[in-house]
Design a protein around this ligand. Structure first.
Ligand code: ADE
Length: 227
């Protein structure tokens, strides 16, 4: 998986890249690289944004600057990039990220994440340069960087080698293995804490009973009841 993040704050991702599960995946041939649109603007003062037509507060990321950055990165007309790889504009009004969307992205060989700042993007970036608009929730962040990290984290941990244990991403919340339900509760030592005991079945050593109990708890949490 090759991930390119277009951001005015590439240094934010330096810390992210050092995290264990990210490092693990990057060591197996995946990449996470940043492109700064500011390096591709021809406007004076390295300008990348402008005031919105029609008035209003804040600044809007310019479409011509994003166009230059995309065509420089991929050595083609920026309009053609989205037919070669998913180009995802991070914006609060986009398609909400869920486990199915994460799976979809994790199956791609390459994705590009476009981070907005200030008031966001010129709409023509979303309409004509991006293939998708993605939101991490119906609230507004100061920019797309944290949303991009959420996407990278959720996608990269699905890839082989990210997590220590091969099964860890298989049977987790919202996965197909759990029928899209949240994960069952986990317990560890001590078996009793302040009068709160771990459910007996988990200490029973009966793997089939444990499996059934976990499936039931997962269904309950998903609101579909135990079978
Ligand atoms: N940029 C600002 N807010 C965002 C959000 N909620 N999701 C994705 N990108 C964003």
């Amino acid at each position: 998986m090759n991930i390119d993040v277009f951001t005015l704050f590439p240094e934010w991702f330096d810390w992210f890249r050092t995290q264990r599960h990210v490092r693990n995946v990057l060591e197996t041939g995946s990449s996470l690289e940043c492109v700064n649109p500011r390096d591709h603007t021809t406007l004076s003062g390295r300008q990348v944004d402008d005031t919105p037509f029609g008035g209003g507060a804040g600044m809007v990321l310019r479409v011509d600057v994003m166009e230059r950055a995309l065509s420089a990165r991929y050595d083609m007309d920026a309009l053609d990039v989205r037919s070669r790889r998913r180009v995802i504009a991070l914006t609060p009004g986009g398609r909400i990220l869920d486990d199915a969307f994460v799976d979809e992205l994790a199956a791609e060989p390459a994705i590009t994440l476009l981070c907005g700042r200030y008031e966001g993007f010129d709409e023509r970036i979303v309409q004509h340069l991006a293939s998708d608009a993605l939101s991490v929730g119906r609230y507004v962040l100061s920019g797309g960087e944290l949303a991009a990290m959420v996407v990278c984290d959720a996608v990269l941990r699905k890839l082989p080698g990210a997590l220590g244990h091969a099964d860890s991403a298989e049977e987790e919340s919202f996965s197909a293995a759990l029928g899209g339900n949240p994960e069952y509760p986990h317990y560890t030592r001590p078996a009793e804490w302040r009068g709160h005991a771990v459910p007996d079945v988990l200490l029973s050593g009966n793997h089939e009973h444990v499996r059934q109990w976990r499936r039931d708890r997962s269904r309950e949490r998903g609101g579909h009841g135990a079978s």
